[in-house]
Design a protein around this ligand. Structure first.
Ligand SMILES: *[C@@H]1O[C@H](CO)[C@@H](O)[C@H](O)[C@H]1NC(C)=O
Ligand SMILES: *[C@@H]1O[C@H](CO)[C@@H](O)[C@H](O)[C@H]1NC(C)=O
Ligand SMILES: *[C@@H]1O[C@H](CO)[C@@H](O)[C@H](O)[C@H]1NC(C)=O
Ligand SMILES: *[C@@H]1O[C@H](CO)[C@@H](O)[C@H](O)[C@H]1NC(C)=O
Length: 404
């Protein structure tokens, strides 16, 4: 991940003194923040006596060239303006090698380092080594949490913060590039780092919800491209709530929503479970098919964006098998007609009730729902007195169940 660059072209400083061709070999160094830099420095082609090696530096925060380390023969290197243990003399005095190592490089270390050899009798020879520090960006994606709508909105931003040199940030949207729009802008700070932000816009529709995109970040401060996956989420409150029968005695409440809806069942305004009824998330199970369970059940689907409810009218027909066959036979024909009429009546009634319920949910009052519950139980009473045997399932809002 981390890299150290040593520029291939070594700075050569050549000074002619008498017949000696003195040279101080240095270089320029680029290092990634946090890494270790080696500042090379070596004096060649001299037979003169070396008495001291001195290092000076100049940085953004301290623009004057000041000594910071001196090295003398048979002595520990000495810090001049305060100790900094990140520096280590790794050269060899007898070899006239002044190489210095700097570990855990910080951005503020960027600057120019000067290596000075003090010779006897000729004086000093030096070279300057520029140190460049690269800073990899801190990358992130921020979801703007768009909700369903018809106008273009910001979906998300992808940020490469504090990169040096600036990073390149771009969204890869694949097959639906025509449905989105991108903008990129950047801010440069005094310390030389740059924050680049790329924004992704589009119309927050149900179709675009769940689409996979990617944000790619690249640049010289990164050894390899960073790829951040992102799933476009369009948030919406539960839309049409449906109750479906999944087995003879079990019902399930279903609603599209993002994030997924949580379900809550109750019966005529009283919370569930109650004896004979089992509730498990979206599912409602009637444990015993007895007329005790008759009534109006409500399922509410909700998430952080809103809620919606739907109703289920349950009627367990309380017919008894002890009814005389003759009576049954006599009534059979009438029953068939009665069932048909009842179904017809009830489906019309249910539709009306559904409309009322919708109105009720808008008004946010319970009054009408309670009135309806009363009406429907009246209906159930009438029906059970008639000994109705037929099963009449109507849409998803009303079900009439037959006992064994
Ligand atoms: C100077 O010392 C450093 C560190 O020990 C070494 O890597 C480098 O090769 C030496 N330079 C020369 C020119 O010998
Ligand atoms: C991007 O540009 C907008 C408007 O041009 C500006 O308000 C915002 O601060 C910029 N963001 C960055 C990170 O530069
Ligand atoms: C550079 O400056 C910015 C803005 O002041 C700051 O957020 C960031 O941390 C700095 N970066 C470094 C590496 O010091
Ligand atoms: C029952 O559900 C309805 C519809 O979701 C809701 O308006 C009512 O407050 C609930 N009652 C109780 C007691 O939970």
């Amino acid at each position: 991940m981390r890299r150290v660059f040593v520029a291939p072209c070594l700075a050569l400083l050549s000074v002619l003194l008498g017949s000696d061709a003195l040279q101080v070999i240095g270089g320029s160094v680029t290092v990634v923040q946090g890494d270790t830099a080696v500042l090379p420095c070596k004096l060649t082609d001299t037979t003169e006596d070396l008495t001291q090696i001195t290092w000076q530096r100049r940085m953004r925060e301290k623009p004057s060239n000041d000594n910071f380390i001196t090295v003398r023969p048979n002595e520990e290197p000495r810090f001049v303006n305060g100790r900094d243990d990140r520096f280590k003399y790794i050269g060899n005095f007898n070899d006239k090698n002044g190489t210095l190592q700097l570990s855990n490089v910080a951005l503020k270390d960027e600057g120019s380092y000067t290596c000075i050899f003090t010779l006897f009798p000729s004086g000093t020879q030096k070279t300057e080594i520029p140190l460049k520090v690269f800073v990899p960006p801190i990358t992130s994606i921020k979801d703007n949490l768009p909700t369903l709508g018809k106008e273009e909105v910001l979906f998300a931003t992808c940020t490469a913060a504090g990169s040096k040199p600036p990073a390149e940030v771009r969204w890869l949207t694949g097959t639906f590039a025509d449905k989105v729009r991108m903008t990129t802008n950047s801010t440069q700070y005094d310390n030389g780092t740059t924050t680049t932000v790329s924004s992704l816009f589009g119309v927050p529709t149900r179709e675009i919800n769940g689409r996979q995109v990617r944000c790619d970040i690249s640049g010289d401060s990164l050894t390899k491209e960073i790829s951040l996956p992102f799933t476009i989420q369009v948030y919406f409150s539960p839309t049409e709530v449906n109750i479906r029968q999944i087995s003879e005695d079990t019902f399930e409440c279903v609603a599209a929503a993002n994030p997924e809806a949580k379900y809550n069942w109750n019966r005529s305004g009283q919370s569930l479970p109650q004896p004979g009824v089992k509730v498990e998330g979206a599912k409602l199970q009637l444990l015993s098919l007895t007329s005790d369970l008759n009534g109006l059940y409500q399922c509410e689907a909700s998430n952080t964006y809103g809620s919606k409810h739907s109703q289920l009218y349950v009627h367990v027909a309380s017919g008894t098998c002890s009814a005389a066959w003759t009576l049954f036979g006599l009534l059979f024909f009438l029953n068939v007609i009665g069932a048909a009429v009842w179904c017809y009546y009830k489906s019309g009634y249910s539709q009306k009730r559904r409309r009322l319920v919708l109105k009720d949910s808008k008004n946010g009052t319970n009054g009408e729902a309670e009135m309806l519950a009363a009406k429907t139980s009246q209906l159930a009473d009438v029906e059970s007195k008639n000994g109705q045997y037929s099963t009449c399932t109507e849409g998803t809002t009303s079900v009439s169940l037959q006992t064994g």
